[in-house]
Write a protein that binds this ligand. Structure first.
Ligand code: ATP
Length: 325
């Protein structure tokens, strides 16, 4: 039996290449995910997100010339079985069998993981409880709502107690309430020390959940960082000062020359990347000019702006591209 060596990176892949015919889907990308964090891979349809998940989870191989891929400390090329034992994968196509009950689906997974009958039953009951499926456990899974099926799918993935979970678009098609429930589940997984590799087409989801986000475009990582770091990459951020006293507003407008003014709402917008350094200098400068605004708000571009600016996606309607600030 292989033991898992301690590692600070749950996932470390260097120079990942994958081509289908002439089409380079992944053109030498590096992915590093610290243990116990959520990493999100974003990209337009067909960018190669699922291909990356399939490679990292041993379902397909990377092309020759790729660098080393280590998952949970194991080299995927030499120890694929150890990698499989360390991971769970929930793909876009559910592993749930609709004809049998939720509980039977769980017991089937327990069998696959060679748990004893008693242990299988205990694990199934625990996970069904944790995912709020106890009441539905004896009903056929095909009668479940979309959200319940996804919860069952993740519960099944957890039977083997994996330390690293790949979630390929886990909330696609779910209504907002079910999506928020799923976010809660994902956060809970990570608070227990699990590492999550998440692909999503919902930028809000990456923004909400991910410690780090990588944007995949044209086979390369176009940018990587925290949501805030990515938002600062593109222009459009500003600090807004709002005044209630027209005299104070007038004096500010004559002092702050590069600001955009809105005389109706007595507000000024000063271009800013929203960084702590820039904010401090704006505040120091307002203080020294004796300007006191009634409200100061910082506006950074949202992740949608970043995504469209970085991917230049042809899937994006023109109107949306014009809106990139
Ligand atoms: N087995 C295959 N044979 C040929 N081309 C493939 C194969 N699998 C994927 N591709 C192509 O590789 C590209 C990347 O596909 P992939 O499914 O990884 O994208 P994705 O980012 O997950 O997209 P989506 O968000 O639509 O799921 C696509 O152009 C796809 O058509």
């Amino acid at each position: 039996m292989t033991t898992t060596p301690p590692t600070e990176h749950a996932i470390a892949a260097a120079g990942l290449h994958k081509a289908y015919g002439d089409k380079k889907v992944l053109d030498g990308i590096d992915i590093t995910v610290p243990t116990g964090t959520i990493f999100s891979l974003l990209g337009p349809n067909g960018a190669g997100k699922t291909t990356a998940v399939k490679i990292l989870s041993t379902l397909i191989s990377a092309d020759a010339g790729s660098g080393t891929i280590r998952i949970g400390g194991h080299d995927i090329a030499t120890h694929p079985q150890a990698v499989r034992a360390a991971i769970g994968v929930t793909g876009q196509f559910s592993a749930v069998d609709g004809l049998i009950t939720g509980e039977e689906n769980m017991l089937l997974m327990a069998d696959l993981h060679h748990l004893s009958k008693a242990e299988g039953k205990r694990t199934a009951a625990e996970l069904l409880e944790r995912f709020d499926l106890t009441d539905a456990a004896t009903k056929p899974a095909q009668t479940y709502s979309g959200g319940m099926k996804r919860r069952l799918d993740i519960a099944m993935t957890l039977v083997g107690n994996p330390g690293i979970i790949f979630l390929d678009e886990p909330t696609t098609g779910l209504d907002p309430r079910a999506r928020h429930n799923m976010w809660g589940i994902i956060r809970e997984l990570v608070s227990d020390g699990t590492t999550v590799f998440l692909t999503t087409q919902y930028l809000e989801e990456a923004d909400e959940l991910a410690d780090r986000i990588a944007v995949l475009n044209d086979g390369k990582i176009a940018a990587e960082g925290t949501a805030d770091e990515l938002k600062r990459l593109i222009p459009g951020g500003h600090v807004r000062l709002r005044f209630t006293d027209p005299v104070a507003y007038q004096s500010a407008t004559s002092t702050v020359r590069e600001a955009t003014r809105d005389d109706d709402s007595l507000t000024l917008q000063i271009p800013s990347d929203g960084s702590q350094r820039e904010l401090r200098s704006i505040l120091d400068w307002l203080d020294s000019a004796g300007i006191e605004a009634d409200e100061l708000t910082v506006h950074t571009p949202d992740l949608d702006d970043v995504f469209f600016a970085l991917t230049g996606s042809t899937d994006v309607p023109n109107q949306r591209q014009e809106n990139v600030r």
